[in-house]
Design a protein around this ligand. Sequence first.
Ligand code: IPM
Ligand code: MG
Length: 369
Amino acid sequence: MAKIAVLPGDGIGTEIIEQALRVLRALELPLEIETAPVGGAAYEVHGHPLPESTLRLAMAADAVLFGAVGDWKYDKLERALRPEQAILGLRKHLGLFANFRPALCYGQLTHASSLKPELVDGLDILIIRELTGDIYFGQPRGRRTAVDGHFPGAEEAFDTMRYSKPEIERIAHVAFRAARQRSGGKGGKVTSVDKANVLETFQFWKDVVTEVHAQYPDVELEHMYVDNAAMQLVRAPKKFDVVVTGNMFGDILSDEAAMLTGSIGMLPSASLDANNKGLYEPSHGSAPDIAGRDLANPLATILSAAMMLRFTLQHAEAADRIESAVGDVLSAGLRTADIWSGGTTQVGTRAMGDAVVAAITKKSIRTKS
Ligand code: IPM
Ligand code: MG
């Protein structure tokens, strides 16, 4: 039986994970689910955002379903103890170097986008973010010298941007393969985003991606500077297919791409290791301002559970059922507040979960009869 480690985390994490679990239960798959605290919630109990017991559970599981971490109340803690370190630690310890962040605009939500409907209608792009290298994991200054997470009297601070050749090669392979697969064997296109005009790290990135491309002559490769990519994403997002980039640029561009789809509350993500073991989480954060108020959109988490079924657990049909149930619910006009524009019935977190569960159950009755 497949083992899933469920780490709800902080803020809205608990509420959205609860709905995703209800959806998974409705599918009646043979899954063994175990839950553990992470982030601020774990700090409160164990004094660390990623306790040994949680890390062990995640490592032993086939897949991890993750909510969100973070709360302003931990801003004063030294960096190593802040909730965000839990997700960074999980990515590093589990070797989750390939982060898939699809930006797919549901036809029903074109009016919720901040762009004109014609620019996003039918949008289906995939951002692939390298997740275990770059400035996120380069040598920082100050971890040891910080006092309460701050640097009283310091004159400077720095982080180091760094990529090795194998790190770039493996993510480039992931991107070219994904482009091929999405295009149904017709090739597709990869846009490699860099800042080669200024940064050595990204000239190197560009060179290595170009070298790997020689093995994928059917896939089109284009290079784009990150500032231009940020602009093109809001000018003509449909011109992209697969975007591959480093950890930091990917962090920023994926939030931007999320908004094209109407709301970051719609965006799932998968972070995979070399063997397709993965951690699945919504692209959004813990939103402490709306936590516990039944306001959060659970769809990104529910769709992340679908990605988990497809990529790691090989239950593609169950994943399809979740995705089509989400489509049905949106077509029926149900909307959480973040995607309200164009809806007919405003619902909370739980009622949105109810509706997806109902859509799944109805379908299974229909297929059984
Ligand atoms: C994300 C988040 C994280 C990141 C934070 C919470 C560490 O913004 O997953 O995009 O920067 O990677
Ligand atoms: Mg981010």
